[in-house]
Design a protein around this ligand. Structure first.
Ligand SMILES: *[C@@H]1O[C@H](CO)[C@@H](O)[C@H](O)[C@H]1NC(C)=O
Ligand SMILES: *[C@@H]1O[C@H](CO)[C@@H](O)[C@H](O)[C@H]1NC(C)=O
Ligand SMILES: *[C@@H]1O[C@H](CO)[C@@H](O)[C@H](O)[C@H]1NC(C)=O
Ligand SMILES: *[C@@H]1O[C@H](CO)[C@@H](O)[C@H](O)[C@H]1NC(C)=O
Length: 212
């Protein structure tokens, strides 16, 4: 799987050409997200809600289809404030943490570099192709890089993250360009008044790190 990914990226890079695109910003969205690790195991599958204006993201993994290595997560990220909440609705507990890295698979970082335009499937047969812009850059706060595949309408569909130790593949599925349930982006009452937890030396809190 890893070799296939690398080959795939390499093929994309070899078709790249210089361009002076600027990263677009995505719309409000609701949909499903799947997270695969480079070993080919599903780390999480669940629903997300994203407010592109307020830069807020909720992700709740769906435990009804757990795989061997999947992890249960309920995350609420406030990127503008640099805050992450790890929520446990069952026992109404909540941890509040400071974000060290704000990259996530629903928005292209402002400093991303345009790489190329590719077409998944066919570019000549109607409705059988998906034309995507490829963006990439380095991760902040940790060694690594990312590559994002984004539709012409600025909807990120796939994101690869490569770090020194592992890599991850995020896919966004069944996306709708609206916030279906705004309450999901509100901090639950049982999180109110929580103190920011200390970040141990060497720890990076980010959306990506939650899946490691
Ligand atoms: C996105 O959602 C936010 C929060 O609900 C709302 O204030 C904003 O107007 C929405 N933006 C668009 C373009 O729909
Ligand atoms: C989890 O998945 C099941 C089956 O696909 C679905 O019926 C259920 O609504 C999902 N739950 C959440 C919280 O998304
Ligand atoms: C998960 O996978 C490991 C190794 O592939 C295996 O040893 C273990 O029994 C599996 N666990 C479950 C719950 O399937
Ligand atoms: C809530 O449950 C999780 C596991 O489901 C556990 O790790 C956590 O410590 C619990 N928190 C409290 C406050 O009981």
């Amino acid at each position: 799987m890893y070799a296939a990914l690398v080959l795939f990226i390499f093929m994309c890079l070899t078709t790249s050409h210089a361009d002076h695109h600027h990263p677009c910003h995505s719309h409000n969205m609701s949909g499903l997200m799947s997270v695969l690790s480079s070993r080919g195991d599903t780390r999480a599958f669940g629903a997300f809600t994203y407010d592109s204006v307020g830069q807020k993201l909720r992700f709740q993994s769906n435990e009804s289809s757990p795989t061997n290595s999947s992890i249960g997560l309920d995350l609420l990220m406030y990127f503008a404030e640099g805050i992450l909440y790890e929520i446990d609705s069952k026992n109404q507990s909540c941890e509040k943490k400071k974000l060290q890295m704000t990259s996530h698979p629903l928005d292209i970082p402002d400093d991303a570099k345009f790489s190329s335009t590719v077409t998944y499937g066919s570019s000549s047969i109607e409705d059988e192709g998906l034309k995507l812009n490829v963006w990439g850059g380095k991760l902040t706060s940790m060694k690594g890089s990312y590559t994002m595949y984004v539709t012409m309408g600025c909807l990120p569909v796939n994101t690869f993250y490569f770090t020194e130790t592992t890599s991850f593949f995020f896919s966004n599925l069944d996306v709708e360009l609206e916030i279906k349930d705004p309450d999901l982006l509100v901090v639950p009452s049982f999180c109110h008044g929580k103190q920011l937890e200390d970040t141990p030396e060497g720890t990076v809190n980010s959306f990506l790190n939650e899946f490691m």
